[in-house]
Design a protein around this ligand. Structure first.
Ligand SMILES: NC(=O)C1=CN([C@@H]2O[C@H](COP(=O)(O)OP(=O)(O)OC[C@H]3O[C@@H](n4cnc5c(N)ncnc54)[C@H](OP(=O)(O)O)[C@@H]3O)[C@@H](O)[C@H]2O)C=CC1
Ligand SMILES: O=C(CO)COP(=O)(O)O
Length: 355
């Protein structure tokens, strides 16, 4: 039977945190939404609307907004993290001592820690200790805040090392407009959600350059191939990349007008610098830091990720986007699917010293 919560706390009052608070608030359940800035709290309390991050959505009084972390977390049986991934560790560190033991923790950020190259569940284990993992779940999949807030039918996935926790998170978010699947493959779900943003920047660039549908389809498909290649080596289930956290999220992020990563890419494709593109979007563009982390992971695991490599050169070394396209198109010829499967076999053979 589904557990009913009296109080849920959402940390992070951007688009996603606000949409999730709106989604979760219901009969008998109080939702507290934590924003780091008092001005934002005042604005939401005055207008009952998050004008900057989720305009047009009326937030009922049963969503209590606060900038006081202690007050936000007092009594919470469930804590949803919706802060940008590069701030996750710091917010987590402040929040952990204030979170009730045994509370369900759901992280909804999509990224990889830039310098450590850790997945966010690894960052969590780093801060909370490995035993905390039992209560920790990840929510991912194709789900733009704007559409979830409009109650558009949406499907997402939750992953946890604990099947009980995954089911608790599934029950928590499941509603008529939001269908939630569970998946035990937390590695694949985290990698899919983070790495699709790198490809979305790339498809955005193509939109800004030429708008070619053929080129975008090529990037998405070959992007998924390199994500799968890395994921396989990192012990993910390859089927996860064909699911909501992989292909599903890749489609939405690479094609939607709501996607910040795609929008930033479009600006770069039109000739803006990275900083100009980020200023234009003015919301978190996770794919930029993730490109650096993915580039590092590819080197660490010895995996070829040509699209990630070109994105890295465009974003951080001013490679002109057209030159990146040319580089991708003139790579040495290769096979479509065998390389993906062979990657894992080759990697293990090398590790184990086998022929
Ligand atoms: N938007 C979406 O549709 C979806 C987003 N996600 C993921 O959710 C995460 C959050 O994204 P989203 O809500 O869209 O981001 P937004 O850009 O909409 O908002 C970011 C929020 O994070 C706050 N913030 C920034 N830095 C810090 C910090 N150091 N400590 C605490 N809060 C901070 C911002 O506050 P301030 O205004 O003060 O800077 C703002 O409230 C990302 O990982 C994203 O990939 C996942 C699925 C869907
Ligand atoms: O992850 C998302 C949708 O599932 C949000 O993607 P963007 O960050 O590109 O907006």
């Amino acid at each position: 039977m589904a557990v009913s919560y009296e109080q849920i706390t959402v940390l992070g009052a951007g688009s996603w945190g606000t949409a999730l608070a709106y989604h979760l608030v219901g009969d008998g359940c109080k939702v507290k939404l934590w924003a780091r800035r008092m001005e934002q709290v005042e604005e939401i309390n005055t207008y009952r609307e998050n004008k900057r991050y989720l305009p047009g959505v009326f937030l009922p009084d049963s969503i209590q907004v606060t900038a006081d972390l202690k007050q936000a977390l007092a009594g919470a049986q469930c804590v949803v993290f919706s802060v940008p991934s590069h701030t996750f560790r710091a917010v987590l560190r402040d929040a952990l001592p204030l979170i009730n033991t045994g509370a369900l923790i759901v992280n909804t950020a999509k990224g990889i820690e830039e310098n450590s190259m850790l997945r966010l569940s690894e960052v969590f284990a780093d801060e909370a200790g490995p035993s905390g993992a039992e209560h920790y779940a990840v929510l991912s999949g194709p789900s733009h805040a704007e559409e979830v807030a409009q109650k558009m039918p949406t499907a997402v996935v939750v992953a946890s090392v604990s099947s009980r926790t995954a089911v608790l998170a599934q029950d928590l978010f499941m509603q008529k407009n939001l269908r939630v699947y569970t998946n035990p493959d937390i590695i694949g779900v985290e990698l899919g959600g983070a790495l699709k943003n790198v490809i979305a920047l790339g498809t955005g660039i193509v939109d800004g350059l030429t708008g070619s549908d053929n080129s975008k389809a090529a990037l998405m498909t070959r992007g998924l191939a390199e994500i799968t290649r890395l994921g396989l080596t990192m012990q993910a289930n390859p089927l996860t990349f064909a699911g909501l956290a992989g292909l599903g999220d890749l489609i939405v992020t690479c094609t939607s007008r709501h996607s910040r990563n795609r929008r930033a890419g479009i600006e770069i494709g039109r000739g803006k610098t990275l900083q100009q593109a980020l200023d234009e979007v003015n919301m978190v563009v996770e794919g930029v830091r993730t490109t650096r982390a993915a580039h590092g992971l590819a080197a660490t695991w010895g995996i070829e990720m040509p699209i990630t490599e070109q994105m890295y050169q465009v974003l951080f070394y001013d490679l002109p986007p057209q030159a990146a396209v040319n580089n991708l198109m003139t790579r040495v010829k290769t096979r479509e699917v065998e390389e993906v499967a062979l990657t894992k076999i080759k990697w293990y053979a090398e590790r184990d010293g086998a022929d």
